[in-house]
Design a protein around this ligand. Sequence first.
Ligand code: FES
Ligand code: FES
Length: 178
Amino acid sequence: MPEITLHVNGREHRLDVPDRMLLTDALRGRLGLTGTHGGCEHGVCGACTVLLDDRPVRACLILAVQADGHRIRTIESVAPSEESLHPVQEAMRDCHGLQCGFCTPGIVMSLVALHEQDVRPDAAEIGEALSGHLCRCTGYRNITAAAHRALGCPAPAATPAAETARPDTDDAHEGAGR
Ligand code: FES
Ligand code: FES
């Protein structure tokens, strides 16, 4: 079993991992970082997105051994303290950009990567960043509004919480790509 070194959220971890262990499973099962979610496990839903050397990647498409020596950041590293949130997290909360929250950590990680770039993205770039994320609850309207707010891009208005699409509405079904 190979020994690898993962630099996760500013801490170094030495792990013995099976050759075929996914990075998702190493983060969740070995390091207890369960904020990184495993959904489809074949690169479609984006729930497992983490930052690898500051770039968003799908942890279900990377073997733990391939991350050997690399810097990884997960959702657990994003908030600056127990009492405060990252601007992306604040925008997701304020714009009601989540319901069950399963997709949320992955979306936040993709938007954090964009937030850290020294440019103000336009709507197309935000759409591109969100395009790899599936949400089965919200219909994407409020997620998009949150992204625009966090990234300083003129945005479509968020939908008030009471009007947010429910899973059984047409809006939600469209958003889920069904
Ligand atoms: S669990 Fe990785 S993309 Fe869906
Ligand atoms: S908030 Fe439930 S899957 Fe996105």
